[in-house]
Design a protein around this ligand. Structure first.
Ligand code: TEU
Ligand code: CA
Length: 533
């Protein structure tokens, strides 16, 4: 497997909300092309582009109706190639989104599949007879309701782990696996560098289990086969979106000698602040656990694999709102989170807008939401009659995926310069949070991110040095990165109060990065710095 992932810093683009150039209110590929120099200026050398394939848009493109095309609202295949070329010229690689657990119900395979039981595409999907006149089992879908949808025409149910417009592909069928491998080769032959693999551990189902989900018995076999047929020969980078794995399971998927995936995301810390991990059920953030979980994964993936460092994506509210102090210390807490996370060993992923320290937009009513998961959850909770309207809106505001999906505020113009038309979702433009404002200000979150990555990218110790957690108590954490004869210390105060400087911090060390002007006798609120011995 290619080793270039160890040098990568990845920027995730959610194209619908990035930059609209034709005034239809939807971001587009031309809009990304316009911003390539900006992207490069962040110190990133890789982009992960969320789906831009043709799709009816039931789940904003995660319901694909044509794996080999570009959605008309985003542009043309030629524009896509122009974008790819523009990235490569700037030393930026491109990861596309690979959504192969399911397709759209409007994909031609499914249109054929549902026609009759003997259609050649029938076995491309998972069809089952009713059991006692009901669903084949009790599995529920991630977006609410049963994971089975009854189809009148043939009297059978099909499986959908997400919305009913996202039927699950049948990976047990060798033809499906060959189609997917061919499709992957199509993009890799065009010059794409790799893929972020959507819910990839779901492709093999375990029907003996009571709850829906993945990690079925043939997962490793299917991934190894894809690697042999497509990914390996192209030296493609893959990062698996895999929820709920242990470090040992992640190692099984990413260990180099196994030839499956390059890396997997770990999201365990993103379940904090949620009762039982339920995004619509708030609880106070356990700050100690946040750091302990990150450290657990640093240790757990040691030597054999490479961690992914992530705190935001298009499925999550903004990190500043979840883990920082949006009202009192927006700059300090946003930069502390970056300094603490990206000082670790692994591949940094930055989600668009995170580099501005954006907080969640305010949603004033349900009519402002677009996300299918949010809308379905609201309807389900409302039907339970357990909550008032105000409580329901607070829940949605807390956990909705739309919190991270509103357009980038480029300027202080109307709609932040994102579009000259009507945006597909609300925009929120706050003073000091636009790209324009932060470019001008030396001590902005944007310029802190630039500085952080320029230091990190030029320091072998920060890239691959060994991780060790020295302390994590009373909101203060200290860890080291060690290589040959240098040691970098990362010290962070995860609190809005001053804290005393721990004894293990060396004096007279070279300061690499600091979100305050000085290192004094005590740590300031949300102070974080890197020093080198
Ligand atoms: O997400 C999978 C996933 O399990 C969650 O992160 C998802 O956002 C949801 O909250 C589950 O309750 C991936 C994509 O990132 C997401 O955008 C898609 O909606 C989903 O797969 C289906 O393709
Ligand atoms: Ca557009």
């Amino acid at each position: 497997m290619e080793q270039w992932h160890k040098e990568s810093v990845v920027y995730q683009i959610y194209p619908k909300s990035y930059n609209d150039t034709n005034g239809d209110g939807i971001g587009d590929i031309r809009g990304i092309i316009e911003k390539l120099d900006y992207i490069r200026s962040l110190g990133v050398n890789c982009v992960w582009l969320s789906p831009c394939y043709p799709s009816p848009g039931d789940d904003n493109g995660y319901d694909i109706s044509d794996y080999r095309g570009i959605a008309a609202e985003y542009g043309t295949l030629d524009e896509f190639k122009e974008m790819l070329d523009g990235m490569h010229k700037r030393g930026i690689r491109l990861l596309m989104d690979l959504v192969v657990n399911h397709t759209s119900d409007e994909h031609e395979w499914f249109v054929e599949s549902r026609k009759s039981k003997d259609n050649p595409y029938r076995d491309y999907y998972i069809w089952r007879d009713p059991v006692d006149g009901k669903e084949p089992n009790g599995w529920t879908a991630a977006f609410g309701g049963s994971a089975w949808e009854y189809d009148e025409q043939t009297g059978q149910y099909y499986l959908h782990l997400f919305s009913k417009k996202q039927p699950d592909l049948n990976w047990e069928n060798p033809k499906v696996r060959q189609e997917i491998a061919d499709m992957i080769n199509y993009w890799l032959d065009m010059g794409v560098d790799g893929f972020r693999c959507d819910v990839i551990n779901n492709i093999s189902k375990d029907f003996t289990r009571a709850y829906a989900g993945g990690n079925g018995p043939r997962l490793h076999e299917f991934l190894h086969e894809l690697h042999e047929r497509a990914l390996g020969p192209h030296k493609a980078l893959t990062v698996g979106e895999t929820w709920g794995l242990t470090p040992d399971q992640a190692l099984m998927l990413t260990s180099e000698k196994r030839g499956e995936l390059t890396m997997t995301f770990q999201f365990e810390h993103l379940l904090l602040g949620r009762v039982g991990g339920d995004k619509f059920d708030p609880e106070p953030l356990d700050k100690k656990a946040f750091v302990d979980i990150l450290a657990k994964w640093e240790y757990g993936l040691k030597n054999d694999s490479y961690p992914v460092l992530v705190m935001e994506n298009h499925d999550q509210p903004r990190a500043l709102s979840r883990f920082g102090d949006r009202y009192n210390y927006p700059y300090e807490s946003a930069t502390m989170l970056a300094s603490m996370l990206y000082g670790m060993r692994g591949v940094p992923f930055i989600y668009q807008g995170q580099e501005l320290g954006l907080h969640d937009p305010t949603f004033n009513s349900m009519s402002e939401y677009r996300d299918i998961e949010t809308i379905n959850a609201y309807n389900e909770l409302k039907a339970s009659e357990k909550y008032t309207e105000i409580e329901l809106l607070a829940k949605m505001q807390y956990g909705s995926r739309d919190c991270g999906r509103t357009p980038i505020p480029w300027t202080s113009e109307k709609h932040g310069g994102f579009t000259t038309g009507e945006p597909w979702i609300k925009t929120q433009i706050d003073d000091g949070f636009t790209v324009e404002a932060q470019e001008k200000k030396e001590s902005s979150v944007l310029n802190f991110y630039r500085k952080l990555f320029s230091i990190r990218n030029n320091d072998p110790c920060l890239k691959d040095g060994e991780f060790e957690l020295l302390m994590n108590e009373n909101d203060v954490s200290v860890y080291t990165r060690t290589s040959n004869d240098s040691v970098v210390y990362v010290i962070s105060n995860f609190s809005p109060e001053e804290r005393s400087l721990p004894d293990c911090v060396p004096t007279n060390a070279e300061v690499l990065l600091n979100n305050y002007n000085e290192i004094g006798a005590s740590l300031k609120p949300y102070q974080s710095f890197w020093v080198k011995k």
